[in-house]
Ligand binder design. Sequence first.
Ligand code: HEC
Length: 103
Amino acid sequence: MKQHQLANMREHVEAIRSIVGLLSEQKFDDASTVAHSKLGLTPEMQSMCNMFENADFRELGFAFHQSGDDLGEALKSKDVNTSLRALNRTMQYCVQCHATYRQ
Ligand code: HEC
């Protein structure tokens, strides 16, 4: 379980990197697909987050994935500033959760 979660986390970094790269090439649609499929609240992420017993942690996880979907929508605007603002919001969750929880 722990290994699975850490593997998930490493995929999150890769997703962010990929979104930043696509954004720099103005590939908004591809970036949006990555945001929704890798950071959004997919059924897989939903069931993963549901396994956590700590309610605050779970809620933060859901809020984070919701922000991933918001990011996917922001990217569809094809506006760099709108997209960066949404990316910043999503990454605030990475920072906030890591600052609060340790294994
Ligand atoms: C809801 C909480 C939460 C959110 C949101 C979250 N993480 Fe994590 N992350 C964790 C926890 C807990 C660990 C394990 C920390 C530890 O072992 O001390 C972790 C570990 C990691 C690791 C280390 C993986 C390893 O192999 O050791 C990386 C990288 C990481 N997260 C990236 C991210 C990125 C990037 C985001 C945002 C896109 C993110 N995380 C969002 C909770 C979260």
